[in-house]
Design a protein around this ligand. Structure first.
Ligand code: SAH
Length: 394
C-alpha cells in the first residue's frame, strides 16, 4: 500500500482523538499548510506530536474540520473495514427496528463520517456529504453491495452540503433502476416514498418513535398534522384509532403519497389533506373556528446555519403560537425541530413563548429525540438534531 499523507497533531490533541473525538480542526495540526498540497479528500495518517501514527482519516483542506477520523490504531481503511462497519450498523438496526426499513448508516455516529444509508427493503438510498467519502466509493460500494445484495442503490447526492465540499450535485442509480414508488413498513403501517424525487432520502425514519407515541395518544381524538410530508404521523394515528386526521403540507407530491398511504392502510375515510402554506392554512383553520384535540407541527429545519439562529427561533415561536391556537382546551401540542443549530433550551424557550403569545398555558409532558436508528456520536452534541416537545395545553 502506498504510504498515506501524514498530518501531525499538536501535543495533547492525540488524546482527544484516541478518546473518540471524530474531528480534527486546522488549529489542532502542526503546520496545517502542508495539507493544502494534499488532494482534496485524500486519506491521511494521523500522527501524534512525536510522529507516531495513531489512526487514519481523510483530509479536507477547504474546511475548518481538516480531518475526519475513520480508524484508530493500525486498522486499515479498505473494503473489509467498510464491511465491518456496515455489519455493526446493520446489527444495531436489525435488533432495534425489526423490519428492514431504517437508517442503516448515520455518518460519524456509525464511524463513517460523510456517509448516510437508508434502507427500504431491497433498495438502498445512499448520500455522500464529503469529498473524503466520495473518494472512498470504490471501497464502500462493493462492501455494501456484497453484504446486503440490494436490487437497487440510488445515490442521492443532491444535498446543499456537497457544494461546501466542492462536490457536484446529482442523483443516479449505482445499481438497478427506479421502480417508481417504494414501500416503507413502519410501526405496522405501509407508507410510500419516492426515492428519487422525495425530500432528503425520501422518508424521515427519525420520527418513527414519535409517530407511534403521538398515535397512541390520539386514540378517539381529532388530530391535525401540520408539515405532514407523506403522512408519517397522520396515517398511523388514524390506523390506531384517531377519530379524524387532517394533514397539511405545501408539497403536492408529499400529500399524494400521504393519500396513497391512507388508502393502503384502510383509513382514507378518516384522513383529509390540505395543500398550502402551513402558516396560511393554520390561520384559516383558526379563523374558521377549527380546533383539534391533538396538534402537531414538524416543520423543515428553520436554522440551517449558525447565522440563522435568531430568525429560525422566531420561526419556531410562530409555529408554536399558531399551532397552540388550534388546540382544544386540554388537548396536546407536539412541536419538533430538525435543526442541528436549534439547541434544546433555545428551542423549548421559543415553543413556550409561542404558546404564551397564543395566550395559552402549557404543561411539559415529554421531550423526545430521534429514533434509535439515528444514534448520536458521544462527542458531537450537534448529533442531537431532532428535538420534540410534547405539551398539554390548557
Ligand atoms: N412530519 C413529516 C416530516 C416533515 S418534513 C414526517 O413525519 O415525515 C417538513 C415538511 O414541511 C415537508 O414535507 C415540506 O414539504 C413541508 N413544508 C415546508 N415548508 C412548508 C410550508 N411553508 N407550508 C407547508 N408545508 C411546508
Amino acid at each position: 500500500m502506498t504510504p498515506l499523507f501524514p498530518i501531525r497533531l499538536k501535543k495533547g490533541v492525540d488524546d482527544a482523538v484516541r478518546g473518540g473525538a471524530p474531528w480534527v480542526y486546522a488549529s489542532d495540526i502542526i503546520d496545517s499548510s502542508q495539507g493544502l498540497l494534499y488532494p482534496h479528500g485524500s486519506l491521511v495518517a494521523i500522527e501524534n506530536a512525536k510522529g507516531q501514527a495513531i489512526g487514519t482519516g481523510y483530509y479536507n483542506s477547504k474546511s475548518q474540520i481538516s480531518c475526519r477520523v475513520l480508524a484508530l490504531g493500525k486498522e486499515a481503511v479498505d473494503e473489509a473495514f467498510f464491511t465491518r462497519r456496515f455489519e455493526r450498523a446493520m446489527g444495531l438496526r436489525d435488533a432495534l427496528v425489526g423490519v428492514p426499513y431504517y437508517r442503516m448508516v448515520h455518518s460519524e455516529a456509525d464511524g463513517l463520517p460523510g456517509l448516510l444509508v437508508d434502507r427500504f427493503g431491497d433498495t438502498l438510498v445512499v448520500q455522500v456529504g464529503t469529498a473524503g467519502m466520495e473518494l472512498l466509493q470504490p471501497l464502500w460500494l462493493p462492501a455494501l453491495d456484497a453484504l446486503l445484495k440490494p436490487t437497487g442503490i440510488v445515490l442521492r447526492n443532491d444535498v446543499a452540503a456537497r457544494t461546501l465540499e466542492g462536490l457536484a450535485k446529482s442523483v443516479s442509480w449505482l445499481k438497478g433502476a427506479n421502480a417508481g414508488l417504494y414501500e416503507v413498513v413502519e410501526n405496522g403501517c405501509v407508507y410510500f416514498a419516492d426515492l428519487e424525487r422525495g425530500q432528503k432520502t425520501g422518508w424521515f425514519f427519525d420520527q418513527r418513535d414519535n409517530r407511534k407515541m403521538i398515535a397512541e395518544m390520539s386514540k378517539g381524538k381529532t388530530l391535525v398534522d401540520v408539515f405532514s410530508h407523506s403522512g408519517g404521523f397522520g396515517v398511523i394515528a388514524a390506523k390506531m384509532g384517531a377519530r379524524a386526521v387532517t394533514m397539511v403540507d405545501s408539497s403536492a407530491l408529499a400529500l399524494s403519497l400521504a393519500t396513497k398511504a391512507a388508502q393502503r392502510n384502510d383509513v382514507a375515510n378518516l384522513c383529509v389533506t390540505v395543500q398550502g402554506d402551513a402558516f396560511e392554512v393554520m390561520d384559516r383553520l383558526r379563523q374558521d373556528g377549527k380546533r383539534y384535540e391533538v396538534v402537531l407541527a414538524d416543520p423543515p429545519a428553520f436554522v440551517k446555519t449558525k447565522k440563522d439562529i435568531a430568525a429560525g427561533m422566531r420561526g419556531y415561536l410562530k409555529v408554536a403560537r399558531m399551532a397552540a391556537g388550534l388546540v382544544e382546551p386540554g388537548g396536546l401540542l407536539f412541536v419538533a425541530s430538525c435543526s442541528h443549530h436549534a439547541i434544546r433550551p433555545a428551542f423549548n424557550k421559543a415553543v413556550l413563548e409561542g404558546v404564551a403569545k397564543a395566550r395559552r398555558e402549557a404543561v411539559l409532558l415529554k421531550q423526545t429525540g430521534a429514533a434509535g436508528d439515528h444514534p448520536k456520536h458521544p462527542a458531537l452534541p450537534q448529533n442531537e438534531y431532532l428535538k420534540g416537545i410534547l405539551l398539554k395545553i390548557a
